[in-house]
Design a protein around this ligand. Sequence first.
Ligand SMILES: [Fe+2]
Ligand SMILES: [Fe+2]
Length: 184
Amino acid sequence: MAQYYKCPKCDAHAKVIKPGKGVLSCCGKDMEPVLNFASPDDILDFAITREQEAHDFYAEWADKLDNKWIREVFRDFAREEEKHRDVLSKAKQGGTLKPSDKKITDLKISDYLIDITPTPDMDYQKALVVAMKREYASYKFYSDLSETVSDPGLKETLTALAQEEAKHKLRLETMYEKEVLLWD
Ligand SMILES: [Fe+2]
Ligand SMILES: [Fe+2]
């Protein structure tokens, strides 16, 4: 499979047609390698592990958190990440997930918030930030990966999963906007 690099500043992607000795750069910065996999099954296995980890994170913290509202939100997200894992398992048998034509709004709230390390007593606001950051990372993971594959079915599935994670982020950002920003 081809090697891809992305610009950390403008998000441009570059495909390496013939590897050389130099360093790729864009916007004055070294470009970063996008994950490289040997086969579509490798991609799917890696993504399955990520979804399982996402499920485990939400399920574990849903039990640990003091705040009952955020516990419910985390339980819901745990179920959704489990569904993503199953979509990817089916993709290994040739199943595909179709992306939607609708553009998912990006409220960009999480872009301006700093990372938070989860603690059992974290409040509603902090838990939302932790989840938003995770969902943004998942969205980027699928959207970057979808640019690197040529198989049309796999590309569609990865694009659809990027949309799912963008929807998760939007849901959390909407909650944050309504229940944190407007209450301040
Ligand atoms: Fe997911
Ligand atoms: Fe998610």
